[in-house]
Each structure stands twice: as C-alpha cells, then as structure tokens.
Write a protein that binds this ligand. Structure first.
Ligand code: SAM
Length: 219
C-alpha cells in the first residue's frame, strides 16, 4: 500500500494512503485531533488510575505517545494494547521521529516493541502490540477501561465499524468503560447504542463538528 508522510495544519505529521485517499489523522491537525478525541475526551475522563487501554489502529503511535506523556502527570499505571495490521516501516519511523521531540526516545521504544506480551516503556506505561486483523479477533470480556477507536472511516472500511465489532467491544469493556472516536455518523452511533453503550455527541476538534463518546455504565 503506497503511503506518504504529510504535514497537517498544526505542524504535526500524519500518513496519507493513496489507495483509499485517506489520511491517518485530521488534516487540520493530527496532534490537536488526538489530544482532543482520545486524551481529553477519554483518558482524562476515567476515574481509575490503573487503566487498560485498547487502540484500534495503532498507526504512527501518536495516541500511544500522548498517553505515555500524560500517564506520569496523573500518576497513571497504563497497560496499552495497540492493534495494527499494517505496522509502519523503519523508514516511516525515521521520518516521524522528529515531531516527538523531546520524547524521541519514548517514540522509538514504542515502535521497537515486537513481542506480544506487555513491554515497559516507562514506569507508568506498558505496551503490547497485536499485529492482527481487528475484524477477526476477540478481546477478552471485561478487560478494557478505555478504547481509542481510530480505524479508517466507515466509508472506506465498513467492516471495522460493524454491529458485531461494537457488540464485541462492549463485552470487552469493564463497567465504567469509555470508547471515543472521531466519527459521528448516525449509523455508527446507533450500532454503539444497540451494543449497549450510552453514547454522547460532543464538539469535535477544529474541522470536525462532532465526535462520539460511548460509555458502558457502572453497575
Ligand atoms: C486512522 S489510521 C490510525 C491512526 C493511528 N491511531 C495514529 O495515531 O497514527 C487507521 C489504522 O488502522 C490500520 N488498519 C487498517 N485495517 C486494519 C485491520 N483490519 N486491522 C487492524 N488495523 C487495521 C491502518 O493500518 C491504520 O494504521
């Protein structure tokens, strides 16, 4: 798949995939989008200090990096699982590393993880990477506190956004769990609701009117 590095409007880089004419992030600002949708709307809203986070579409590792930076500020103990079927190449990592300044060492460690077990990246953050097809896997029930749902759009990859996938993710969530995504389409919102989530439409980052936050209620 032909991919190229692009610079988004806040100066942070992203990857453009020609075959599907889609970018890994908002062209209005990759970092700003990630901060808004995943760090502010999900990570900072969960009450627990010990968090199991699942990311659908690890990609450049931007969401993992920002989570890793946030973790010591709130004394979090994060176990982060990144699902990615098409990991970025060594050449892409080299092209992206400069943006992570002054956290280049962390960024490189995130991309060096190869084993399927948890690898400590910092004293507050452990990473497990699963190089698998999200549409084919089951996540253990009742095992996840936060889901960063960052797949390509439902127009380009509808199979990632199916009812069956949200049913599986709902079961994977612990009570109190939070899922956020940049996509605010009605069909996606209804699939989340049908799975059991309570879903809010919230203001999005620049360039995006609304985003979705889904919660599994505490019982
Ligand atoms: C929108 S991008 C994710 C951006 C990423 N979160 C980041 O910050 O760079 C979607 C990601 O899903 C991955 N992907 C596509 N199909 C997949 C599949 N079937 N299973 C797992 N990952 C997949 C792509 O390779 C891509 O990295």
């Amino acid at each position: 798949m032909e991919r190229s590095i692009v610079t988004t409007e806040d100066g942070s880089p992203s990857i453009y995939v020609k075959a599907i004419d889609e970018c890994y992030h908002s062209t209005h600002g990759a970092r700003q989008e990630s901060e808004h949708i995943f760090i502010q709307t999900a990570l900072r809203q969960h009450a627990s200090k010990r968090l199991s986070i699942l990311e659908v579409g690890f990609g450049t590792g931007l969401n993992a990096l920002l989570t890793c930076i946030e973790a010591p500020l709130r004394e979090l103990d994060v176990h982060y699982t990144g699902i990615e079927l098409y990991p970025i190449s060594g050449q892409e990592i080299e092209q992206l590393v400069a943006f992570s300044h002054p956290h280049e060492d962390v960024f490189l460690r995130l991309h060096q993880v190869t084993s399927s077990g948890f690898t400590p990246i910092t004293s507050h953050f452990q990473l497990k990477k699963l190089e698998v097809d999200f549409t084919q896997i089951e996540i253990e029930e009742n095992s996840v506190d936060i889901i960063y749902f960052d797949a390509f759009s439902p127009e380009k990859q509808p199979e990632m956004w199916s009812q069956e996938r949200f049913d599986m993710l709902y079961k994977a969530c612990r009570p109190g769990g939070i899922l956020t995504t940049y996509c605010a389409k009605g069909v996606v919102r209804r699939a989340m609701q049908h799975a059991g989530f309570v879903v809010e439409r919230l203001p999005g980052p620049p360039g995006k009117r609304e985003i979705l936050r889904a919660r599994k209620l505490d019982i």
